[in-house]
Design a protein around this ligand. Structure first.
Ligand SMILES: N[C@@H](CCC(=O)N[C@@H](CS)C(=O)NCC(=O)O)C(=O)O
Length: 215
C-alpha cells in the first residue's frame, strides 16, 4: 500500500496516456483526486505545470510526495506499491511479453499520433496527419495482433489482466479517431471487447471523467 492518503492525477479526458493510468488506478481501487489539464487550451504548456511534468504532457501523478510523469513508469510504480491485483505476471516470460506489448503502444504507436507530432507533420511539413497516423497505427496493430497469437487468453496475456490491457483499450479508441478499421485484427477485437465489459475499465473511460466535454 502506498503511503500517501490521496494521489492526484493530472489528466485530460481524451488523452490515451492518461487513460492508461486511470485504468490502473481503477483496477487497483485507488481513491484519487482528478485534475483536468485542457490540452486544447494549452494548459500543459504552463510553466507551473511543467515543473511537475518537464515534457509538458499528461498524465502526471502526484504520489508519495513526488510528481511522477510517463504513464508506463507511473503504472509500474502503482503496480509495485499497490499489491492488490498484480498487473505484471509473475512468470518472467509472460512479464516480458506484457512489457513488449506495452512498448509497442507506448513507443511505436501513441507517439506517432500525439498532437504535438501531428501538428508538426501537418503545419510544418504540410503532410496529411491522417495518412501519417494511419500508417504507424496499422504497423503497431499488426505487431500487437501477431504477438497475441502466442500470448492471448481472455486478455492480452492469458487470463490475467495486465498493463498491456491498460494500454490497448485507449489505443484502440485512438485508432477509431483516425477511422482505422480493426477488421484485420480479430484477437485485438476479442481482447478489447472482453476488457470493455469490465466495470473497472468503464470507470476509466473518457466520457466518465469530470472534464469530459458535455455535448
Ligand atoms: N510517453 C508519455 C506520452 C504522454 C503524451 O504524449 N501525452 C499526450 C496526451 S496522450 C500529451 O500530453 N500531448 C500534448 C503534447 O505533446 O503537446 C506517457 O506515456 O506519459
Amino acid at each position: 500500500m502506498s503511503t500517501q492518503a490521496k494521489p492526484i492525477l493530472y489528466s485530460y479526458w481524451r488523452s490515451t496516456a492518461s487513460w492508461r493510468v486511470r485504468n490502473v488506478l481503477s483496477l487497483k481501487n485507488v481513491d484519487y483526486e482528478y485534475r483536468g489539464i485542457d490540452l486544447f487550451k494549452e494548459e500543459h504548456k504552463n510553466d507551473s505545470y511543467k515543473l511537475l511534468n518537464p515534457m509538458g504532457r499528461v498524465p502526471t501523478l502526484i504520489i508519495d510526495g513526488v510528481a511522477l510523469a510517463e504513464s508506463v513508469a507511473i503504472m509500474e510504480y502503482l503496480d509495485e506499491t499497490y499489491k492488490y491485483r498484480p498487473l505484471l505476471p509473475s512468470d518472467p516470460l509472460k512479464r516480458a511479453s506484457t512489457r513488449q506489448l506495452v512498448e509497442i503502444i507506448n513507443s511505436a504507436m501513441q507517439p506517432m499520433q500525439n498532437i504535438a507530432v501531428l501538428d508538426k507533420i501537418g503545419n510544418e511539413y504540410k503532410q496529411s496527419r491522417k495518412e501519417w497516423a494511419s500508417f504507424w497505427l496499422h504497423k503497431g496493430l499488426a505487431a500487437y495482433e501477431q504477438i497475441l497469437k502466442q500470448t492471448a487468453g481472455k486478455y492480452s496475456v492469458g487470463d490475467q489482466i495486465t498493463l498491456a490491457d491498460a494500454c490497448i483499450v485507449p489505443q484502440v479508441a485512438a485508432c477509431s479517431r483516425f477511422d482505422i478499421s480493426l477488421e484485420r485484427y480479430l484477437l485485438i477485437q476479442r481482447v478489447v471487447g472482453n476488457l470493455n465489459e469490465l466495470e473497472e475499465f468503464k470507470r476509466a473511460r473518457p466520457e466518465a471523467q469530470p472534464d469530459a466535454d458535455k455535448i
